[in-house]
Design a protein. Structure first.
Length: 259
């Protein structure tokens, strides 16, 4: 299978070394490795260079962090453009739903405009480079991101670990955008309902590692091999055998990322 979304640069060196060695034994063919910022992009690039083709890097700016200075953003955009040949997508990019929610819960104002400008610039770059985008856009933010995707004429969009209102779900399905499910599909009723609703041809499996999970994964480090658990749970919701579910999700990922 393929882990459609993982932060390899967030793992410790020794942990990463062991994980990559284990991939063949875990029946993991490839990893889509997203990035957080310029330093993260550079580390992801280095990991991919040493991983014998198993790691497919995506470069971007994760929205759940402080806004970079304009000069920093310029350097990042230039770097991504210069290394477009070895990246599979622009990502992870999006809008800071959780950062904003935490600020508002503290009674603080939160300015979305800088984040919208960053996302707009990254989407413009993706459109110019003709690359897919990997998106962090949940709940009402998904509708804003759909507007921006349409503005830039981007049709290849992957909303990772998506949760959102019916209006967003219907619009994303109509536009043919992909989503991916994490191991929380085993224990989150909201995610299970979305999995029943979303067209099987527009779905992938991910871990978002090293993010930890609950339920049967409590206390276990997040490993790409967990996508097999995701496939089994997703397949169970649709009446597929485990082998059928794994083949289906893998084919979707290969098709979206042109692997």
């Amino acid at each position: 299978m393929i882990d459609a979304h993982i932060h390899l640069d967030q793992y410790k060196d020794e942990e990463l070394k062991v994980m990559l060695q284990e991939l063949p034994g875990q029946a993991i063919e490839a990893l889509i490795a997203v990035s957080m910022n310029l330093d993260s992009c550079i580390r992801t690039q280095g990991i991919a260079a040493q991983a014998l083709g198993r790691v497919k890097p995506a470069y971007g700016f994760h929205p759940e962090q402080p806004v970079p200075a304009e000069a920093e953003l310029t350097v990042l955009l230039e770097w991504i453009g210069q290394h477009a040949g070895d990246m599979i997508a622009v990502g992870e990019i999006g809008l800071p739903y959780y950062l904003r929610a935490e600020a508002l819960a503290r009674g603080e104002a939160f300015d979305m405009e800088p984040y919208l400008k960053i996302l707009d610039a990254l989407l413009a770059l993706a459109a110019r480079l003709d690359k897919p985008v990997v998106l962090h856009a949940v709940y009402e933010d998904a509708l804003t991101v759909c507007d921006l995707l349409e503005k830039h004429g981007i049709t290849k969009a992957h909303f990772h670990w998506f949760k959102g209102p019916e209006e967003a779900v219907a619009r994303m399905i109509q536009r043919g955008y992909y989503i991916s499910f994490t191991p929380d599909i085993l224990y989150e009723p909201e995610i299970q309902e979305l999995a029943r609703r979303y067209p099987p041809e527009l779905v992938m499996a991910e871990t978002d590692g090293p993010w930890p999970f609950e339920g049967p994964f409590t206390g276990h480090p997040t490993h790409p091999g967990m996508v097999h658990d995701v496939a089994a749970a997703w397949g169970g919701l649709h009446g597929y055998s485990i082998a059928e579910a794994e083949a289906h999700l893998t084919a979707n990922t290969v098709r979206f990322y042109q692997l």
